[in-house]
Design a protein around this ligand. Structure first.
Ligand code: HEC
Length: 175
């Protein structure tokens, strides 16, 4: 990673090994900020697309992993900003929230192989509001999600007890 380029490399490498691979890639933003040219005019309105003014629903839950800016954490939590999965047919992200997701996955050309727990305990309304927020923020273009759509996927997948693999999810009847 670009941050590791000085005499701190051996120390960081050791730390990464000690931590079992370093699950927290938290410093790129810091280092990018530090490396940014200080001369950039403060008023340039071309920064990352702002979150929208849509109600956030339960996004605080998702934000713990997918981050406030929707960018996720490379290698650990995939991005929601620009995700072809999140912005695709609504039943897919609905099914992910209801039952969780595990195993190999590619988002925006990057590989993940983690586990997301199910959030089916959230109400249909909360899931709809949260997904609508995500699909309408950070430059995303997914259509709004209704509570009725969530209810339909919940009914169609109600026998499901394990987190989906991406493979299963693509074959599943979701509505
Ligand atoms: C504890 C961490 C965590 C939380 C909380 C979490 N996720 Fe995830 N999410 C993940 C991980 C890890 C994956 C990838 C799983 C894999 O590798 O198979 C994922 C994958 C996804 C995906 C598919 C991939 C993508 O980037 O589009 C969507 C959509 C998603 N999550 C939405 C949500 C929503 C909505 C919430 C809140 C209701 C949420 N997640 C909460 C960790 C989390």
């Amino acid at each position: 990673m670009s941050i590791v380029r000085s005499a701190t490399l051996p120390a960081l490498a050791l730390l990464a090994i000690a931590c079992g691979g370093g699950d927290k890639a938290a410093t790129p933003a810091d280092s990018a900020a530090a490396a940014a040219p200080a001369a950039a005019p403060a008023a340039t309105p071309t920064a990352a697309p702002a979150a929208s003014t849509l109600p956030e629903g339960q996004y605080a839950v998702c934000q713990a992993c997918h981050q406030a800016n929707g960018e996720g954490v490379e290698g650990a939590f995939p991005p929601l900003a620009g995700s072809e999965i999140l912005n695709g047919p609504a039943e897919v992200p609905i099914a992910i929230v209801l039952h969780g997701l595990q195993g190999p996955l590619t988002v925006k050309g990057k590989q993940y192989n983690q586990i997301m727990a199910a959030w089916g305990q959230l109400s249909d309304e909360d899931i709809a509001t949260t997904l609508t927020y995500e699909r309408g923020s950070w430059g995303n273009t997914g259509s709004p999600v209704t509570a009725a759509e969530v209810a339909a996927v919940r009914a169609a997948t109600k026998g499901r007890t394990a987190a989906w693999t991406w493979d299963e999810l693509q074959k599943a009847k979701l509505k």
